[in-house]
Design a protein around this ligand. Structure first.
Ligand code: ADP
Length: 296
């Protein structure tokens, strides 16, 4: 099984002709409210891929629907607590070109405490997997406590912040990161994957790194071997949650005992399907859809 300590957000997407500027008031053409957050998206991807998932998180007084959304997918929600105050939220503007501007308010996601983390970790055994992102409080505590418990730690260093850059990531077994995060963490400003790979190998010599490169595919870098997996050629309409889908499907495949090459292949198929649909969590395919896509 896998424990995901992750964010649960209330996403409000406002469709506008043009992004609002300082001092302006603009009218939105449409408002959509949905379940979001990297934590929630990754738990849904894991569950749809067939993994047994425990989600640890915190919702606010307006976040009950987030717990229900995960429960509907078969995720264990026992360790999601409800706190006073507002839920974590993302306010997203989407303009006519489909570009977005996002403000994230951590809200309830900042209420994850060391005690809550300890209680969840007690439900795992040495060798089980813990997944973390950078949208919840006490991340460095979670890293050291998971390490002390002998767990396999996967970190998606997203969003990349100055405090994360300064954090000791020595406890991490596997980093799953995109190009921007890889550049930010290593300080490498070269755009070529070759340079990024060598920067990651140098900085994280004991850590496996899974570097995702959008439509260019993904590369898994372990100290012994490098695997590369091209992306499927599809017509992308919305790449939101592509990385979350990739992460969930990749880890679920490893938990089922698949090797790295097969796990990359399944993750790449699932993420390609996700980018052909509009939306975040709603665009994550289920396992049957991924199997059908791979066979077609
Ligand atoms: P993030 O969403 O975290 O920035 P990426 O953009 O690197 O992550 O995408 C993650 C994975 O999703 C890629 O490695 C690839 O497999 C898949 N993907 C992303 N964009 C496309 C695309 N346009 N076509 C096909 N697959 C894509």
């Amino acid at each position: 099984k896998i424990l995901n300590i992750g964010s649960l957000n209330l996403d409000r997407t406002l469709y506008v002709d043009k992004f609002v500027q300082a001092g302006e008031t603009v009218r939105a053409n449409e408002l959509r409210t949905s379940a979001g957050g990297k934590g929630l998206n990754q738990s849904i991807a894991l569950a749809r891929a067939g993994a047994t998932v425990i989600h640890t998180g915190a919702i606010g007084c307006d976040g009950e629907f987030l717990r229900a959304a995960l429960e509907n997918e078969g995720v264990d929600v026992t360790d999601i607590k409800k706190v006073d105050g507002a839920n974590g939220q993302a306010l997203i503007q989407v303009d006519e070109q489909g570009q977005n501007c996002i403000i994230v308010y951590p809200g309830s996601n900042n209420s994850i405490t060391p005690e809550q983390i300890d209680n969840s970790l007690k439900r795992l055994q040495a060798g089980d997997m813990v997944l973390l992102q950078n949208e919840t409080s006490n991340l460095s505590y979670a890293l050291s406590a998971a390490r002390a418990a002998g767990l396999y730690i996967v970190l998606n260093p997203s969003p990349l912040t100055d405090s994360l850059k300064k954090m000791n990531l020595g406890a991490v077994n596997c980093l799953i990161l995109n190009e921007t995060e890889a550049k930010g963490l290593t300080g490498c400003d070269d755009n070529s994957p070759r340079q990024l790979i060598s920067a990651l190998r140098k900085k994280y010599s004991d850590t496996d790194c899974l570097l995702t490169l959008g439509a260019e595919g993904a590369i898994y870098i372990s100290p012994e071997k490098i695997y590369s997996c091209p992306a499927y050629k599809v017509k992308a309409v919305d790449t939101t949650a592509a990385g979350d889908t990739f992460t969930g499907y990749f880890l679920a495949a490893l938990l089922k005992g698949e090797d790295i090459a097969a796990a990359l292949e399944q993750a790449s198929a699932a993420a390609a399907l996700a980018v052909t649909h509009i939306g975040a969590a709603g665009s994550i395919p289920n396992f049957a859809e991924v199997e059908k896509f791979v066979q077609s």
